[in-house]
Design a protein around this ligand. Structure first.
Ligand code: PMT
Length: 406
């Protein structure tokens, strides 16, 4: 559990409408609550045909509302509930309910709440692909965007009805991320941030490669937090098991050479570059086209240096803030400062990989953030998202010292 979360002490009003995906709203209540939010559920009458009120009551620990006249002691819930909320989330939102919202119809508690709410509204559609792709639906969603509502697009895949296509309710983790993005301060608005993450794989033959233990968690955390704080983010990632973060341009690569090419193609676009990737320093000089057979007792592989992407960026940089990482097992500060100077960086984040819970693979990290001007921040062991907040705070500080927006 993180010590800090955007959702801590936030009140989320979750509207559930009548879709088979209503069962996923139960998971969403758990996820929002796990991250510190208090969730109040409002169900439409047809939502009750898919999931029972008791389920939401047990998961949220709060009263579940189903109609305007639930409780005579609590008049006008359509005014009071959104007033108490920090955000209103409609998940799943059916075609019918989206149509009602688009046209200002208020004929039950939830649709009346939507009309009365003066808080951020997120709409998470879920329906059959043909319905989702109908021009009426496209027009209705467009109308909701014009009202300033955030539409969390459905996913494409197998649907409950047996069809395949767009229409699956976004995953609870995606909806949570969208809620956090809506609620987060936007101090990185207007910044264009390029993040690299994960390992690279340098192929030996069709089935073998040289790589390292980077999971991508540090880089993905940075990308998510930067997006949440309002930046436009491109994430260039080596192979990882993580899901593509929501709302981010994602560029998958495999080798150091591919990462080099991708980074160079975005470099002029970016105002901030953060290189959290663990790029292989060496790769096999030639790739063996067929699977290597075992034969001789010994085998030598000739390795060649890969391009040092960050060093090249350091030579080419004009207005960008360049942030490097260093994973070290000894002389942490000395090695990090050497890399900072050698690669002409503005900031380096050094992780001591001998500290339990820090560096490769863990959900947590403990870092030294060193600036070119000589400033040092020593973090405790924190969740990688919290480390991402610290790094981005420092980046902003460096930019402000340098003279505001670039
Ligand atoms: O992915 P996780 O499991 O969450 O782990 C995170 C991490 C430990 C991988 C990350 O926090 C980290 O420290 N990444 C840098 C790893 C490293 O040791 O890099 P390096 O010392 O080889 O390189 C220094 C810097 O130059 C890095 O920013 C690297 O991206 C960059 N570099 C290195 C080699 C190369 N050929 N090109 C580069 O751009």
């Amino acid at each position: 559990m993180m010590r800090f979360s955007t959702l801590s002490s936030k009140n989320i009003l979750l509207g559930v409408t009548g879709s088979i995906a209503a069962y996923k709203a139960a998971e969403l209540v758990r996820e929002l609550s796990r991250q510190g939010a208090a969730v109040t559920v409002v169900m439409t009458e047809s939502a009750g045909k898919f999931v029972g009120l008791t389920t939401f009551n047990a998961l949220s620990g709060r009263t579940v509302y189903t109609n305007l006249f639930n409780n005579p002691a609590e008049p006008a819930p359509h005014i009071n509930l959104p007033r108490q909320a920090d955000a209103v989330v409609i998940a799943p939102a059916t075609a019918n309910f989206i149509g009602k919202m688009a046209h200002g119809i208020a004929d039950d508690l939830l649709s009346t709440i939507v009309l009365a709410a003066q808080k951020p509204i997120l709409v998470c559609p879920a329906m059959n692909s043909a319905m989702y792709e109908h021009p009426a639906m496209k027009g209705n969603l467009e109308q909701l965007r014009k009202y300033g509502y955030q539409v969390v697009e459905p996913e494409t895949g197998p649907l409950a009805c047996g069809d395949e296509g767009p229409g699956r309710l976004a995953e609870p983790s995606t909806i949570c991320e969208a809620v956090k993005t809506v609620l987060e301060k936007k101090d990185l608005q207007g910044r264009k941030i390029l993040v690299t993450a994960g390992p690279t794989e340098e192929p030996i033959d069709p089935v073998r490669f040289i790589s390292n233990r980077s999971s991508g968690k540090m880089g993905y955390s940075l990308a998510r937090v930067a997006r949440r704080r309002g930046a436009e983010v491109v994430l260039i990632s080596g192979p990882t098991c993580l899901s593509k973060p929501w709302g981010i341009e994602f560029v998958p690569v495999r080798t150091a050479a591919e990462m080099h090419k991708a980074v160079m193609s975005y470099f002029d676009w970016a105002t901030i570059v953060i290189k959290a990737a663990a790029v292989a320093d060496y790769g096999p000089s030639t790739v063996i086209p067929q699977k290597l057979k075992k034969g001789t007792p010994d085998l030598s592989l000739k390795l060649t240096r890969t391009p040092d992407i960050l060093k090249e960026l350091g030579k080419r940089k004009k207005r960008q803030i360049l942030v490097g990482f260093a994973a070290e097992s000894k002389n942490l500060a000395v090695e990090a400062r050497r890399k900072l100077q050698e690669k002409n960086l503005d900031l380096i984040v050094a992780n001591d990989i001998t500290v339990p819970g820090a560096g490769f693979g863990f959900d947590t990290n403990q870092v030294k953030i060193i600036t070119a001007a000589g400033g040092v921040i020593d973090s405790p062991l924190l969740d990688k998202e919290e480390i991402a907040y610290l790094i981005l705070d420092k980046v902003l500080e460096v930019m402000q010292k340098r003279g505001g927006r670039s």
